[in-house]
Ligand binder design. Structure first.
Ligand code: MCA
Ligand code: AMP
Length: 495
Protein backbone atom coordinates (compact mmCIF):
# COMPACT_ATOMS: atom_id res chain seq x y z
CA UNK A 1 0.00 0.00 0.00
CA UNK A 2 1.28 3.44 -0.89
CA UNK A 3 2.05 5.71 2.05
CA UNK A 4 1.00 9.07 0.64
CA UNK A 5 -1.72 11.14 2.30
CA UNK A 6 -4.57 10.18 0.00
CA UNK A 7 -3.75 6.50 0.37
CA UNK A 8 -4.07 7.02 4.13
CA UNK A 9 -7.47 8.69 3.60
CA UNK A 10 -8.50 5.87 1.25
CA UNK A 11 -7.73 3.23 3.86
CA UNK A 12 -10.40 4.76 6.12
CA UNK A 13 -12.78 5.63 3.30
CA UNK A 14 -12.96 1.98 2.26
CA UNK A 15 -12.45 0.44 5.71
CA UNK A 16 -15.36 2.37 7.23
CA UNK A 17 -17.37 2.87 4.06
CA UNK A 18 -20.86 2.54 5.59
CA UNK A 19 -20.07 4.25 8.85
CA UNK A 20 -21.04 7.86 9.57
CA UNK A 21 -17.97 10.07 9.16
CA UNK A 22 -19.47 13.54 9.58
CA UNK A 23 -22.64 14.75 11.23
CA UNK A 24 -23.81 18.28 10.62
CA UNK A 25 -27.10 19.82 11.66
CA UNK A 26 -28.87 19.14 8.38
CA UNK A 27 -27.51 15.73 7.42
CA UNK A 28 -24.84 13.13 7.98
CA UNK A 29 -22.26 11.71 5.59
CA UNK A 30 -20.82 8.21 5.56
CA UNK A 31 -17.15 7.62 4.79
CA UNK A 32 -18.22 6.12 1.46
CA UNK A 33 -20.31 9.16 0.52
CA UNK A 34 -17.49 11.55 1.32
CA UNK A 35 -15.07 9.53 -0.76
CA UNK A 36 -17.44 9.40 -3.72
CA UNK A 37 -17.95 13.18 -3.66
CA UNK A 38 -14.21 13.72 -3.31
CA UNK A 39 -13.64 11.50 -6.35
CA UNK A 40 -16.16 13.39 -8.46
CA UNK A 41 -14.86 16.75 -7.30
CA UNK A 42 -11.30 15.66 -8.08
CA UNK A 43 -12.45 15.03 -11.69
CA UNK A 44 -13.77 18.58 -11.85
CA UNK A 45 -10.57 19.99 -10.36
CA UNK A 46 -8.47 18.11 -12.90
CA UNK A 47 -10.61 19.52 -15.71
CA UNK A 48 -9.79 22.99 -14.35
CA UNK A 49 -6.05 22.35 -14.47
CA UNK A 50 -5.52 21.43 -10.83
CA UNK A 51 -2.67 19.04 -11.57
CA UNK A 52 -0.15 17.39 -9.26
CA UNK A 53 2.04 20.00 -7.62
CA UNK A 54 -0.25 22.93 -8.59
CA UNK A 55 -1.67 25.06 -5.78
CA UNK A 56 -5.37 25.22 -5.01
CA UNK A 57 -6.13 28.31 -2.95
CA UNK A 58 -9.24 28.03 -0.77
CA UNK A 59 -10.94 30.78 1.22
CA UNK A 60 -14.40 29.51 2.09
CA UNK A 61 -16.70 29.25 5.08
CA UNK A 62 -16.53 26.10 7.14
CA UNK A 63 -18.69 23.36 5.62
CA UNK A 64 -18.54 19.65 4.86
CA UNK A 65 -18.27 20.57 1.18
CA UNK A 66 -15.15 22.64 1.95
CA UNK A 67 -13.68 19.62 3.67
CA UNK A 68 -14.51 17.45 0.68
CA UNK A 69 -12.67 19.99 -1.45
CA UNK A 70 -9.58 19.34 0.67
CA UNK A 71 -9.88 15.57 0.16
CA UNK A 72 -10.46 16.09 -3.59
CA UNK A 73 -7.40 18.31 -3.88
CA UNK A 74 -5.19 15.71 -2.21
CA UNK A 75 -6.76 13.00 -4.39
CA UNK A 76 -5.80 15.02 -7.47
CA UNK A 77 -2.23 15.25 -6.14
CA UNK A 78 -2.42 19.04 -5.90
CA UNK A 79 -1.25 21.29 -3.06
CA UNK A 80 -3.94 22.54 -0.70
CA UNK A 81 -3.64 26.14 0.44
CA UNK A 82 -6.35 27.15 2.92
CA UNK A 83 -6.75 30.76 4.07
CA UNK A 84 -8.51 32.41 6.99
CA UNK A 85 -11.82 33.94 5.81
CA UNK A 86 -10.91 37.07 7.75
CA UNK A 87 -8.06 38.05 5.43
CA UNK A 88 -8.50 41.35 3.61
CA UNK A 89 -7.70 42.22 0.00
CA UNK A 90 -4.21 43.50 0.83
CA UNK A 91 -3.39 40.25 2.63
CA UNK A 92 -4.87 38.04 -0.09
CA UNK A 93 -3.05 39.90 -2.82
CA UNK A 94 0.23 38.80 -1.30
CA UNK A 95 -0.79 35.14 -0.95
CA UNK A 96 -1.94 34.93 -4.57
CA UNK A 97 1.25 36.53 -5.89
CA UNK A 98 3.47 34.34 -3.74
CA UNK A 99 1.73 30.98 -4.17
CA UNK A 100 0.64 31.40 -7.82
CA UNK A 101 -2.38 29.14 -7.44
CA UNK A 102 -3.92 27.64 -10.55
CA UNK A 103 -7.42 28.00 -9.07
CA UNK A 104 -8.96 30.03 -6.24
CA UNK A 105 -12.13 28.82 -4.56
CA UNK A 106 -13.80 31.60 -2.61
CA UNK A 107 -17.04 32.83 -1.08
CA UNK A 108 -19.60 34.44 -3.41
CA UNK A 109 -19.00 37.85 -1.80
CA UNK A 110 -15.27 37.64 -2.56
CA UNK A 111 -15.43 36.83 -6.28
CA UNK A 112 -14.98 40.45 -7.35
CA UNK A 113 -12.10 40.91 -4.97
CA UNK A 114 -10.34 37.82 -6.33
CA UNK A 115 -10.99 39.04 -9.87
CA UNK A 116 -9.17 42.28 -9.03
CA UNK A 117 -6.32 40.38 -7.42
CA UNK A 118 -6.10 37.77 -10.18
CA UNK A 119 -5.94 40.41 -12.95
CA UNK A 120 -7.57 38.07 -15.43
CA UNK A 121 -5.03 35.28 -15.06
CA UNK A 122 -6.45 33.42 -12.06
CA UNK A 123 -9.30 30.91 -12.44
CA UNK A 124 -11.92 31.63 -9.75
CA UNK A 125 -14.87 29.54 -8.59
CA UNK A 126 -17.21 29.55 -5.62
CA UNK A 127 -17.70 26.26 -3.84
CA UNK A 128 -21.28 26.18 -5.13
CA UNK A 129 -20.35 26.60 -8.78
CA UNK A 130 -17.60 24.04 -8.38
CA UNK A 131 -20.06 21.49 -7.02
CA UNK A 132 -22.88 22.09 -9.47
CA UNK A 133 -23.36 19.25 -11.95
CA UNK A 134 -20.33 17.25 -10.89
CA UNK A 135 -19.22 14.54 -13.33
CA UNK A 136 -20.34 11.02 -12.41
CA UNK A 137 -16.90 9.65 -13.02
CA UNK A 138 -14.53 9.71 -10.07
CA UNK A 139 -10.93 10.67 -10.77
CA UNK A 140 -8.43 7.95 -9.89
CA UNK A 141 -6.28 8.99 -6.91
CA UNK A 142 -2.94 10.42 -8.02
CA UNK A 143 -0.14 8.76 -6.15
CA UNK A 144 2.39 11.09 -4.52
CA UNK A 145 5.78 10.49 -2.96
CA UNK A 146 6.19 10.87 0.82
CA UNK A 147 8.36 13.97 0.34
CA UNK A 148 5.94 15.68 -2.08
CA UNK A 149 4.18 18.74 -0.70
CA UNK A 150 0.52 18.16 0.21
CA UNK A 151 -0.31 21.55 1.69
CA UNK A 152 1.06 25.04 2.15
CA UNK A 153 0.00 26.96 5.25
CA UNK A 154 1.04 30.55 5.58
CA UNK A 155 2.44 31.78 8.86
CA UNK A 156 3.57 35.30 9.58
CA UNK A 157 6.97 36.21 10.89
CA UNK A 158 8.63 38.71 13.16
CA UNK A 159 9.97 40.51 10.13
CA UNK A 160 8.84 40.57 6.56
CA UNK A 161 5.98 38.89 4.80
CA UNK A 162 4.16 35.66 5.68
CA UNK A 163 5.94 32.47 4.74
CA UNK A 164 4.29 29.41 3.23
CA UNK A 165 5.15 26.34 5.30
CA UNK A 166 5.36 23.32 2.98
CA UNK A 167 3.92 20.23 4.65
CA UNK A 168 4.64 16.95 2.94
CA UNK A 169 2.56 13.78 2.60
CA UNK A 170 4.89 12.06 5.07
CA UNK A 171 4.66 14.92 7.60
CA UNK A 172 0.87 14.70 7.72
CA UNK A 173 0.57 10.92 7.65
CA UNK A 174 3.16 10.33 10.35
CA UNK A 175 1.84 12.99 12.73
CA UNK A 176 -1.78 11.83 12.24
CA UNK A 177 -1.04 8.14 12.80
CA UNK A 178 1.07 8.86 15.84
CA UNK A 179 -1.63 11.06 17.45
CA UNK A 180 -4.39 8.51 16.86
CA UNK A 181 -2.30 6.04 18.77
CA UNK A 182 -1.16 8.44 21.50
CA UNK A 183 -4.59 9.93 22.22
CA UNK A 184 -6.27 6.50 21.76
CA UNK A 185 -8.65 7.43 18.98
CA UNK A 186 -10.85 4.56 17.76
CA UNK A 187 -13.84 4.20 15.47
CA UNK A 188 -16.01 4.39 18.60
CA UNK A 189 -15.03 8.03 19.12
CA UNK A 190 -17.27 11.00 18.43
CA UNK A 191 -15.26 14.20 18.09
CA UNK A 192 -16.83 17.63 18.56
CA UNK A 193 -15.31 19.79 15.83
CA UNK A 194 -15.82 23.50 16.49
CA UNK A 195 -12.49 24.82 15.15
CA UNK A 196 -11.97 26.58 11.84
CA UNK A 197 -10.67 24.32 9.06
CA UNK A 198 -8.06 26.69 7.65
CA UNK A 199 -5.41 26.00 10.31
CA UNK A 200 -3.33 22.98 11.20
CA UNK A 201 -5.30 22.50 14.43
CA UNK A 202 -8.78 22.14 12.94
CA UNK A 203 -7.84 20.66 9.58
CA UNK A 204 -4.97 18.28 10.21
CA UNK A 205 -4.96 17.54 13.92
CA UNK A 206 -8.68 17.25 14.53
CA UNK A 207 -9.81 15.95 11.14
CA UNK A 208 -6.95 13.50 10.60
CA UNK A 209 -7.39 12.01 14.09
CA UNK A 210 -11.05 11.39 13.29
CA UNK A 211 -10.54 10.21 9.72
CA UNK A 212 -7.52 7.99 10.34
CA UNK A 213 -9.30 6.21 13.20
CA UNK A 214 -12.71 5.85 11.54
CA UNK A 215 -14.35 8.06 14.19
CA UNK A 216 -17.44 10.21 13.72
CA UNK A 217 -17.08 14.00 13.64
CA UNK A 218 -19.80 16.26 14.99
CA UNK A 219 -19.18 19.18 12.69
CA UNK A 220 -20.20 22.56 14.13
CA UNK A 221 -19.92 25.78 12.09
CA UNK A 222 -17.98 27.52 14.88
CA UNK A 223 -17.43 27.45 18.63
CA UNK A 224 -20.52 28.34 20.60
CA UNK A 225 -20.57 27.09 24.19
CA UNK A 226 -24.29 26.18 24.25
CA UNK A 227 -24.04 23.99 21.16
CA UNK A 228 -20.82 22.35 22.33
CA UNK A 229 -22.32 21.52 25.75
CA UNK A 230 -25.45 20.08 24.08
CA UNK A 231 -23.31 17.82 21.87
CA UNK A 232 -21.26 16.57 24.82
CA UNK A 233 -24.08 14.20 25.80
CA UNK A 234 -23.44 12.39 22.57
CA UNK A 235 -19.69 12.78 22.10
CA UNK A 236 -16.37 11.55 23.47
CA UNK A 237 -13.64 14.09 22.55
CA UNK A 238 -13.32 17.87 22.26
CA UNK A 239 -10.29 19.57 20.76
CA UNK A 240 -9.90 23.28 21.15
CA UNK A 241 -7.93 26.40 21.92
CA UNK A 242 -7.84 27.73 25.53
CA UNK A 243 -10.63 30.24 24.74
CA UNK A 244 -12.99 27.26 24.27
CA UNK A 245 -12.26 26.09 27.81
CA UNK A 246 -12.52 29.61 29.22
CA UNK A 247 -15.89 30.06 27.54
CA UNK A 248 -17.15 26.66 28.73
CA UNK A 249 -16.31 27.66 32.29
CA UNK A 250 -18.25 30.87 31.74
CA UNK A 251 -21.39 28.90 30.88
CA UNK A 252 -23.34 27.63 33.86
CA UNK A 253 -24.74 24.75 31.81
CA UNK A 254 -21.25 23.29 31.74
CA UNK A 255 -21.40 20.85 34.66
CA UNK A 256 -19.95 17.54 35.74
CA UNK A 257 -23.12 15.90 34.46
CA UNK A 258 -22.86 17.58 31.05
CA UNK A 259 -19.28 16.31 30.64
CA UNK A 260 -19.85 12.86 32.14
CA UNK A 261 -19.83 10.92 28.87
CA UNK A 262 -16.67 12.57 27.50
CA UNK A 263 -13.36 10.71 27.57
CA UNK A 264 -10.95 13.48 26.53
CA UNK A 265 -10.58 17.27 26.36
CA UNK A 266 -7.49 18.43 24.45
CA UNK A 267 -6.17 22.01 24.45
CA UNK A 268 -3.50 23.69 22.37
CA UNK A 269 -2.43 26.53 20.04
CA UNK A 270 -1.86 28.88 23.00
CA UNK A 271 -1.02 28.54 26.69
CA UNK A 272 -3.74 27.13 28.92
CA UNK A 273 -3.25 28.79 32.29
CA UNK A 274 -2.80 26.56 35.31
CA UNK A 275 -5.80 28.35 36.88
CA UNK A 276 -8.10 27.42 34.02
CA UNK A 277 -6.72 23.87 34.05
CA UNK A 278 -7.63 23.52 37.73
CA UNK A 279 -10.99 25.29 37.47
CA UNK A 280 -11.89 22.97 34.59
CA UNK A 281 -11.10 19.90 36.63
CA UNK A 282 -13.07 21.16 39.59
CA UNK A 283 -16.10 21.88 37.45
CA UNK A 284 -16.11 18.89 35.13
CA UNK A 285 -14.06 16.19 36.84
CA UNK A 286 -11.81 16.03 33.74
CA UNK A 287 -8.16 17.03 33.50
CA UNK A 288 -7.55 18.80 30.22
CA UNK A 289 -4.76 17.23 28.16
CA UNK A 290 -2.56 20.09 26.95
CA UNK A 291 -0.30 19.64 23.97
CA UNK A 292 2.02 21.92 21.98
CA UNK A 293 2.57 22.27 18.26
CA UNK A 294 3.22 24.59 15.37
CA UNK A 295 2.07 25.02 11.80
CA UNK A 296 5.54 24.07 10.60
CA UNK A 297 5.76 20.93 12.69
CA UNK A 298 2.33 19.61 13.61
CA UNK A 299 2.23 18.27 17.15
CA UNK A 300 5.46 18.24 19.16
CA UNK A 301 4.69 17.46 22.79
CA UNK A 302 1.68 16.21 24.69
CA UNK A 303 0.76 15.50 28.25
CA UNK A 304 0.29 11.75 28.64
CA UNK A 305 -3.02 9.99 28.16
CA UNK A 306 -2.61 7.80 31.24
CA UNK A 307 0.08 9.54 33.29
CA UNK A 308 -0.05 12.90 35.00
CA UNK A 309 -1.55 15.75 32.95
CA UNK A 310 0.35 18.57 34.55
CA UNK A 311 -1.18 22.06 34.65
CA UNK A 312 1.06 24.68 33.04
CA UNK A 313 3.17 22.08 31.18
CA UNK A 314 2.84 20.92 27.58
CA UNK A 315 4.18 17.44 28.37
CA UNK A 316 7.09 15.37 27.06
CA UNK A 317 7.99 15.17 23.35
CA UNK A 318 5.64 12.93 21.37
CA UNK A 319 6.91 9.60 19.97
CA UNK A 320 9.29 10.20 17.05
CA UNK A 321 9.88 13.87 17.95
CA UNK A 322 13.37 14.87 19.09
CA UNK A 323 13.28 18.01 21.23
CA UNK A 324 16.16 19.92 22.80
CA UNK A 325 16.70 23.25 24.51
CA UNK A 326 19.48 25.42 23.11
CA UNK A 327 21.02 28.82 23.40
CA UNK A 328 19.32 30.95 20.80
CA UNK A 329 22.34 32.88 19.55
CA UNK A 330 24.84 30.02 19.33
CA UNK A 331 22.69 26.90 19.07
CA UNK A 332 24.64 25.36 21.96
CA UNK A 333 22.55 22.62 23.56
CA UNK A 334 21.74 23.45 27.19
CA UNK A 335 21.65 21.10 30.17
CA UNK A 336 18.34 19.76 31.43
CA UNK A 337 16.47 22.37 33.44
CA UNK A 338 17.97 25.43 31.75
CA UNK A 339 15.69 27.83 29.89
CA UNK A 340 16.45 28.29 26.20
CA UNK A 341 14.99 28.05 22.75
CA UNK A 342 13.01 24.92 21.86
CA UNK A 343 14.40 23.07 18.83
CA UNK A 344 12.83 20.02 17.20
CA UNK A 345 13.49 17.36 14.61
CA UNK A 346 11.39 14.48 13.32
CA UNK A 347 9.23 13.12 10.48
CA UNK A 348 6.61 15.74 11.35
CA UNK A 349 8.87 18.74 10.66
CA UNK A 350 8.05 20.60 7.44
CA UNK A 351 10.11 20.66 4.27
CA UNK A 352 10.81 24.40 4.23
CA UNK A 353 9.19 27.70 3.28
CA UNK A 354 7.69 27.98 -0.17
CA UNK A 355 10.13 29.67 -2.56
CA UNK A 356 12.07 31.07 0.39
CA UNK A 357 15.32 29.14 0.86
CA UNK A 358 16.90 31.97 2.90
CA UNK A 359 14.16 31.89 5.55
CA UNK A 360 14.25 28.09 5.55
CA UNK A 361 17.98 28.08 6.12
CA UNK A 362 17.75 30.70 8.84
CA UNK A 363 15.27 28.66 10.87
CA UNK A 364 17.09 25.32 10.81
CA UNK A 365 20.32 24.38 12.55
CA UNK A 366 22.90 22.60 10.36
CA UNK A 367 21.97 19.24 11.93
CA UNK A 368 18.35 19.58 10.84
CA UNK A 369 16.76 20.85 14.06
CA UNK A 370 14.04 23.47 13.50
CA UNK A 371 14.22 26.56 15.72
CA UNK A 372 10.68 27.04 17.04
CA UNK A 373 11.08 30.52 18.52
CA UNK A 374 9.47 29.31 21.77
CA UNK A 375 11.41 29.52 25.03
CA UNK A 376 11.16 26.75 27.57
CA UNK A 377 12.86 24.12 29.67
CA UNK A 378 12.58 20.40 30.31
CA UNK A 379 12.01 19.38 33.93
CA UNK A 380 13.48 16.33 35.63
CA UNK A 381 10.52 14.17 34.55
CA UNK A 382 10.98 15.11 30.91
CA UNK A 383 7.98 17.48 30.81
CA UNK A 384 8.40 20.66 28.77
CA UNK A 385 7.25 23.99 30.13
CA UNK A 386 7.04 26.94 27.78
CA UNK A 387 7.97 30.18 29.48
CA UNK A 388 7.76 32.72 26.69
CA UNK A 389 8.77 33.37 23.12
CA UNK A 390 11.92 34.60 21.50
CA UNK A 391 9.76 35.74 18.57
CA UNK A 392 7.74 38.93 19.07
CA UNK A 393 4.38 37.25 18.71
CA UNK A 394 0.95 37.71 20.24
CA UNK A 395 -1.42 34.72 20.36
CA UNK A 396 -5.01 35.88 20.63
CA UNK A 397 -7.71 33.22 20.91
CA UNK A 398 -5.31 30.75 19.28
CA UNK A 399 -4.53 33.08 16.36
CA UNK A 400 -1.08 34.52 15.77
CA UNK A 401 -0.54 38.23 15.38
CA UNK A 402 2.92 39.60 14.66
CA UNK A 403 3.26 43.10 16.16
CA UNK A 404 5.61 44.14 13.33
CA UNK A 405 2.79 43.83 10.78
CA UNK A 406 0.38 45.97 12.81
CA UNK A 407 3.10 48.49 13.68
CA UNK A 408 4.03 48.90 10.01
CA UNK A 409 0.45 49.80 9.16
CA UNK A 410 0.26 52.35 11.98
CA UNK A 411 3.69 53.82 11.25
CA UNK A 412 2.57 54.44 7.66
CA UNK A 413 -0.20 56.76 8.80
CA UNK A 414 0.27 60.52 8.78
CA UNK A 415 -1.45 60.88 12.19
CA UNK A 416 1.00 58.47 13.84
CA UNK A 417 4.58 59.41 14.74
CA UNK A 418 5.39 55.94 16.03
CA UNK A 419 3.66 52.87 17.38
CA UNK A 420 4.38 49.88 19.59
CA UNK A 421 2.06 46.87 19.45
CA UNK A 422 1.94 44.58 22.47
CA UNK A 423 -0.01 41.61 23.81
CA UNK A 424 -1.94 42.26 27.01
CA UNK A 425 -3.65 39.61 29.18
CA UNK A 426 -7.28 39.15 28.18
CA UNK A 427 -9.79 37.00 30.06
CA UNK A 428 -11.37 35.54 26.91
CA UNK A 429 -8.65 35.56 24.23
CA UNK A 430 -5.69 34.90 26.58
CA UNK A 431 -3.85 37.82 25.06
CA UNK A 432 -5.30 40.80 23.20
CA UNK A 433 -3.59 43.08 20.68
CA UNK A 434 -3.06 46.63 21.98
CA UNK A 435 -1.32 49.50 20.19
CA UNK A 436 0.42 52.27 22.08
CA UNK A 437 0.87 55.21 19.78
CA UNK A 438 2.62 58.56 19.74
CA UNK A 439 0.23 60.69 17.66
CA UNK A 440 1.31 63.22 15.08
CA UNK A 441 -1.37 65.91 15.36
CA UNK A 442 -5.09 65.18 15.74
CA UNK A 443 -5.72 61.55 16.56
CA UNK A 444 -8.96 59.58 16.99
CA UNK A 445 -8.23 56.01 18.17
CA UNK A 446 -11.69 54.67 17.27
CA UNK A 447 -11.53 56.07 13.75
CA UNK A 448 -8.05 54.59 13.32
CA UNK A 449 -9.25 51.16 14.47
CA UNK A 450 -12.13 51.34 12.03
CA UNK A 451 -9.82 52.25 9.14
CA UNK A 452 -7.38 49.46 10.01
CA UNK A 453 -10.14 46.91 9.39
CA UNK A 454 -9.86 47.36 5.64
CA UNK A 455 -6.19 46.32 5.67
CA UNK A 456 -6.01 43.81 8.48
CA UNK A 457 -7.96 40.69 9.39
CA UNK A 458 -10.31 41.55 12.30
CA UNK A 459 -8.42 39.46 14.87
CA UNK A 460 -5.24 41.49 14.22
CA UNK A 461 -6.89 44.90 14.69
CA UNK A 462 -5.92 46.30 18.13
CA UNK A 463 -8.72 45.97 20.66
CA UNK A 464 -7.46 49.29 22.07
CA UNK A 465 -5.25 52.06 20.77
CA UNK A 466 -3.68 54.12 23.51
CA UNK A 467 -2.21 57.53 22.66
CA UNK A 468 0.92 58.52 24.62
CA UNK A 469 3.06 61.66 24.37
CA UNK A 470 6.28 59.65 24.38
CA UNK A 471 6.95 55.90 24.07
CA UNK A 472 9.36 54.68 26.78
CA UNK A 473 12.85 53.86 25.50
CA UNK A 474 15.91 52.21 26.91
CA UNK A 475 19.39 53.72 26.75
CA UNK A 476 19.91 52.14 23.31
CA UNK A 477 16.85 54.02 22.06
CA UNK A 478 14.74 50.85 21.72
CA UNK A 479 11.07 51.04 22.70
CA UNK A 480 10.57 49.21 26.00
CA UNK A 481 7.70 46.90 25.20
CA UNK A 482 8.17 45.00 28.45
CA UNK A 483 7.48 48.17 30.38
CA UNK A 484 4.38 48.89 28.29
CA UNK A 485 3.11 45.35 28.84
CA UNK A 486 3.52 45.82 32.59
CA UNK A 487 1.84 49.20 32.55
CA UNK A 488 -1.24 47.92 30.71
CA UNK A 489 -1.42 44.45 32.18
CA UNK A 490 -4.80 45.14 33.84
CA UNK A 491 -6.34 46.90 30.85
CA UNK A 492 -8.88 44.13 30.25
CA UNK A 493 -9.12 42.87 33.82
CA UNK A 494 -12.77 43.84 34.05
CA UNK A 495 -14.17 43.03 30.60
C1 MCA B 1 -12.49 36.64 16.66
N1 MCA B 1 -12.09 37.89 16.97
C2 MCA B 1 -10.90 37.82 17.57
C3 MCA B 1 -10.57 36.44 17.56
N2 MCA B 1 -11.58 35.75 16.99
N3 MCA B 1 -10.10 38.75 18.08
C4 MCA B 1 -8.95 38.37 18.59
N4 MCA B 1 -8.55 37.08 18.61
C5 MCA B 1 -9.35 36.10 18.10
N5 MCA B 1 -8.95 34.83 18.10
C6 MCA B 1 -12.76 39.16 16.80
C7 MCA B 1 -13.97 39.10 15.94
O1 MCA B 1 -13.61 39.42 14.63
C8 MCA B 1 -14.85 40.13 16.59
O2 MCA B 1 -14.38 41.40 16.25
C9 MCA B 1 -14.56 40.00 18.05
O3 MCA B 1 -13.21 39.52 18.09
C10 MCA B 1 -15.44 39.08 18.84
O4 MCA B 1 -15.60 37.88 18.13
P1 MCA B 1 -16.27 36.61 18.77
O5 MCA B 1 -17.62 36.43 18.18
O6 MCA B 1 -16.15 36.60 20.24
O7 MCA B 1 -15.29 35.55 18.20
P2 MCA B 1 -15.60 34.09 17.80
O8 MCA B 1 -16.13 34.05 16.42
O9 MCA B 1 -16.41 33.46 18.89
O10 MCA B 1 -14.14 33.48 17.72
C11 MCA B 1 -13.32 33.32 18.84
C12 MCA B 1 -12.65 31.97 18.74
C13 MCA B 1 -11.99 31.85 17.34
C14 MCA B 1 -13.68 30.86 18.92
C15 MCA B 1 -11.62 31.86 19.84
O11 MCA B 1 -11.06 32.91 17.17
C16 MCA B 1 -11.35 30.53 17.10
O12 MCA B 1 -12.00 29.56 16.74
N6 MCA B 1 -10.03 30.47 17.29
C17 MCA B 1 -9.26 29.27 17.02
C18 MCA B 1 -8.22 29.55 16.02
C19 MCA B 1 -7.40 28.32 15.66
O13 MCA B 1 -7.91 27.32 15.19
N7 MCA B 1 -6.11 28.40 15.87
C20 MCA B 1 -5.20 27.34 15.59
C21 MCA B 1 -3.99 27.92 14.90
P3 MCA B 1 -15.33 42.55 15.77
O14 MCA B 1 -16.54 42.48 16.64
O15 MCA B 1 -14.51 43.74 16.00
O16 MCA B 1 -15.57 42.23 14.33
S1 MCA B 1 -2.52 27.40 15.63
C22 MCA B 1 -2.21 25.89 15.03
O17 MCA B 1 -2.89 25.38 14.20
C23 MCA B 1 -1.04 25.19 15.73
C24 MCA B 1 -0.52 24.09 14.87
C25 MCA B 1 -1.50 24.60 17.06
O18 MCA B 1 -0.65 24.42 17.95
O19 MCA B 1 -2.68 24.27 17.18
P1 AMP C 1 1.11 28.65 14.67
O1 AMP C 1 2.25 29.33 13.99
O2 AMP C 1 -0.19 29.33 14.45
O3 AMP C 1 1.10 27.24 14.34
O4 AMP C 1 1.40 28.78 16.23
C1 AMP C 1 2.40 28.05 16.82
C2 AMP C 1 2.74 28.66 18.14
O5 AMP C 1 1.63 28.53 19.03
C3 AMP C 1 3.86 27.94 18.84
O6 AMP C 1 5.13 28.32 18.35
C4 AMP C 1 3.64 28.36 20.28
O7 AMP C 1 4.17 29.64 20.51
C5 AMP C 1 2.12 28.43 20.35
N1 AMP C 1 1.53 27.26 21.02
C6 AMP C 1 0.95 26.18 20.48
N2 AMP C 1 0.51 25.34 21.45
C7 AMP C 1 0.82 25.91 22.63
C8 AMP C 1 0.64 25.56 24.00
N3 AMP C 1 0.00 24.45 24.37
N4 AMP C 1 1.12 26.41 24.94
C9 AMP C 1 1.75 27.55 24.61
N5 AMP C 1 1.95 27.94 23.33
C10 AMP C 1 1.48 27.15 22.36
Amino acid sequence: MANDLYSRFAKSFSGFSDKVFIEEESRSWTYGEVEREAGRLASRLQALGVAPGERLLVQTDKSVEALILYFACIRAGAIYLPLNVDYTEAELDYFVADAEPVLAVCRPQSVELFERIGKGTLAIRTLDTLLTGLPEEEAAPVQREPDDVAAILYTSGTTGKPKGAMLTNANLVSNGDMLVDFWRFTSEDRLIHALPIFHVHGLFIAMHCALFSGATTIFLPKFESGAVIREMGNASVLMGVPTFYIRLLGDEKFTRKAAAGMRLFISGSAPLSADIHRAFEERSGHRVLERYGMTETGMLTSNPYDGERRAGYVGPPLPGVELRIAEFETGKVLPQGDVGIVEVRGPNVFKGYWRNPEKTEAEFRPDGFFITGDMGFIDSDGYVQLVGREKDLIISGGLNVYPAEVEALLDDRSDVAEAAVIGVPHPDFGEAVVAVVKPAGAFDPDAVREEMRSDLAAFKVPKEIIPLDELPRNTMGKIQKKLLRERYTDLFANV
